[in-house]
Write a protein that binds this ligand. Structure first.
Ligand code: ARG
Length: 464
């Protein structure tokens, strides 16, 4: 059944119906559409369009329909979209009473409300998963406190850092993601019902009642904006795309670290997959897939922005194209967060390998320069001299800086003394970065305490 047959003398061409129908994917919004319809029935009762008794009948029919949706027995047919399907079934079951539900609303404000509700639920779920993953990162950082690894820039050995410091860098990315999703949620949290097709409706609908009934924190301010605004979906897709980018960076490190040349990390065998040809393989496919899926997550954001950019006010059918990307983004992100947390829970770091690797590549060269600075030499000259020391080591076949004799060092600068060797140890290099945000063990422990506290507050906030 169509919602708009009256003015037409002809049937819609089959291929037009096929092309314009969205039921295939927007049936995903059935639960939300039933909730929105229920709130609308209550508002129609308040303004006298439905009698209390009619309203009761509608509510009970909606309850049945809700059960059918849950049990996957809802009688979807060849409907144009989920809103048409819900209305058709109501009319089939309630006759004239069902036909009154169309009063004072349009699919334009209805679909905006449905999508907002859907995204608010998904966002809450994603916030839980993000916090769960951050919990795992903090646990790993606590378990591995004191493990030193090479830090990289340009993927070349740079300076030693604590593994916990490295893990907490991801904690910070995900903390910002939590903030972004929470902010996105606050912009979704406005009820557009009462906006009608575009101009508002000619009935005294209680918009606040509608909002409260659906759990929205407020109402939208302009009916024309309300039916054509999808900024809240773009906010969601941006937050989702950026979270995926963070997951993808982490995934890339998992792939690298599982390479035997690195061998920094082992994931439980159950989290790796084999090869049909090469019997020896245990591949990090799940991390690669996260990296791969990030492409489509970014794609969903770009698609939505491009779809929105040329639209005149108000509602245009282009907007129907908002849904598939949003649904897919939510579903993919949930599974990416879930699998990352589960896999990391099994992660075992190879302390020896990491520390061995940190001994290669002159990660303490900066500290050699800093040593000279402490002796009163300007950093520019100290850098030059430390560079000379590295060069000398390379000429001798790549020996470490601490293998140079004091005489070798004094040839480069006479202010070197016996205590230089102490400042070259990995432990000392790490300990020296002792300022807020640095990798010194005390600072990392402080950061861990702060992270724990934040997680506790955030978990409590999510439970409310
Ligand atoms: N299925 C449409 C969408 O997803 C909602 C219907 C609005 N259609 C219309 N012709 N006004 O955006």
């Amino acid at each position: 059944m169509k919602l708009w047959g009256g003015r037409f003398g002809k049937e819609t061409e089959h291929i037009v119906h096929e092309f314009t129908s969205s039921l295939r994917f927007d049936r995903h919004l059935a639960r939300q559409d039933l909730r929105v319809t229920r709130a609308h029935a209550l508002a129609l009762r308040e303004c006298g369009v439905l009698s209390p008794e009619e309203c009761e009948r509608v509510l009970s029919a909606l309850e049945d329909m809700g059960r059918e949706v849950e049990e996957d027995t809802f009688p979807f047919a060849d409907d144009e979209d989920v809103h048409s399907a819900v209305e058709r079934v109501l009319v089939e079951r309630l006759g004239e009473v069902g036909a009154k539900l169309r009063t004072a609303r349009s699919r334009n404000d209805q679909v905006a409300a449905d999508l907002r509700l859907y995204l608010m639920e998904e966002t809450t779920e994603i916030l839980h998963l993000l916090v769960g993953l951050m919990q795992v990162l903090v646990e790993l950082a606590e378990e591995n406190l004191g493990v030193i690894m090479p830090g990289f820039t340009h993927l070349q050995p740079a300076q030693p850092v604590l593994l916990s410091h490295h893990l907490l860098a991801y904690f910070e990315m995900f903390r910002r993601d939590v903030e972004r999703f929470a902010q996105a949620r606050s912009r979704m949290d406005k009820c557009p019902l009462g906006s009608g097709a575009l101009a508002g409706v000619g009935y005294p609908l209680d918009r606040w009642l509608l909002a409260e009934e659906l759990g929205f924190g407020g109402i939208t301010s302009n009916s024309m904006d309300a039916v054509s605004d999808r900024d809240f979906a773009a906010d969601f897709l941006y937050a989702a795309a950026l979270t995926s980018v963070h997951l993808s960076r982490l995934a890339e490190e998992i792939v690298l670290w599982m390479n035997p040349r690195f061998a920094f990390l082992r994931l439980d065998e159950a989290y790796t997959t084999g090869s049909s040809l090469m019997p020896q393989k245990a591949n990090p496919d799940l991390a690669e897939l996260i990296r791969g899926k990030t492409g489509r997550m970014v794609g969903h954001l770009v698609s939505l922005l491009v779809m929105l950019k040329g639209q005149p006010l108000t509602y245009n059918r282009d907007l129907q194209e908002d849904k598939e990307g949003v649904f897919d983004a939510a579903e993919q992100l949930r599974s990416m967060l879930e699998i990352t947390a589960a896999a990391l829970r099994t992660a075992e770091f190879d302390r020896e390998r990491m520390e061995e690797a940190a001994l290669e590549g002159y990660l303490n060269a900066t500290d050699l320069a800093d040593y000279l600075v402490a002796k009163g030499i300007p950093f520019l000259m100290a850098h030059e001299k430390a560079g000379k020391a590295v060069r000398l080591c390379l000429e001798r076949g790549g020996i470490p800086l601490e293998s140079l004799s004091l005489d070798d060092l004094r040839d480069i600068d006479p202010s070197f003394e016996e205590d230089v060797y102490r400042c070259l140890s990995l432990q000392e290099c790490v300990r020296a970065r002792d300022l807020p945000g640095g990798t010194a063990p005390g600072r990392v422990e402080e950061a861990l305490r702060e992270a724990r506290g934040w997680l506790e507050t955030e978990s409590l906030r999510l439970q409310r």
